[in-house]
Design a protein around this ligand. Sequence first.
Ligand code: SF4
Ligand code: SF4
Length: 362
Amino acid sequence: MTEKTIYESMVERGLSRRDFLKLATLMTAALGLEYSQLPKVVHAMESKPRLPVIWLEFQDCAGCSEALTRSHDPYLTKLLFNDISVDYHETLFAAAGKQAEENKEKIMDEYEGQFVLVVEGSIPTKDNGVYCTIGGRSAIDLLEEAASKAMAIISVGTCASYGGLPHANPNPTGAVGVHDLVKDKPIIHVPGCPPIPEVITNTIAHVVLLGEIPELDSLGRPKAFYGQTVHDRCPRRPFYERGQFAESYDDAGAKAGWCLYKLGCKGPTTYSACATIKWNEGVSFPVQSNHPCLGCTEPDFWDGGGFYKSLAAPPGAEAARGAQAGFASLGGAALAVGSALYAKKVKQKAAEEFKAQKKKEA
Ligand code: SF4
Ligand code: SF4
């Protein structure tokens, strides 16, 4: 076991106490914790030793690893690589071959029950797992060995979480997610294709720093980052509420920022922080850049109903639906007439605005 705590390792690298406290404060916010949790984070960093992270990569495109290297949070990235220590990562590792494998074995034995295992990629199970082997061993074998010694597992990306693209019909390799094979360890899902870089780093930092599992939703995803749908925080939401939907990618509505629901947006059923944290240093995210959300953080991504097909019949105005729901509970005929008229009015207004946009464009 390494003796140095995270704080001591920082001091050794020349950070002052003031820098440390500043970092701890930023960390608290980044982990999605309330400010009152700052002493807990400070205490953890002062008292806990550096814990190793072993990152295994199986059947994937390496996009999640690439996302990790694109994290724009300099504090967290430095913390992760300099002070927390990603000790084994096949893609980012300088070492290779026998030396790398020996190092992994050594860490797993020395830190048994204490290291965090990160898995990227799905695990092919058909034909004894022959479709993904590393160093002559199947992914199933490598996963079982590492999982049995790990403290907890973080499945990074939709492939490791649910099988992802390799699992898509007809799933020729029998690809599955980690939780399909490992049943006796805490598993945190960080789905996305790829996940938002900061969501990866923050989740790993949470487990390694605090030594605990963050609060999870029913699908095993950290609530701090998967607690709301893309739709909940979407900048196009006001148009959805008013029943204003783009009909094609280059029509007047699309150019005016109208809702992409009819173009197949899965934002209403997709839990992700895309609309808040965004991508590329918070510059934008797909829906903001005029592309519908494809639902990449959900278990049925790829096979779940087609990418560019609308979820269901496009909704009427949300407000009007709310009014109709109100009618159901009140049973007032007058209110029913009122809500129907209101819905009609909203739709008429939307149609008028759309026509005006088109006219302006022409
Ligand atoms: S574009 Fe998608 S996420 Fe945004 S409001 Fe419309 S349906 Fe919701
Ligand atoms: S907008 Fe939707 S499909 Fe796109 S990255 Fe975010 S969650 Fe995935």
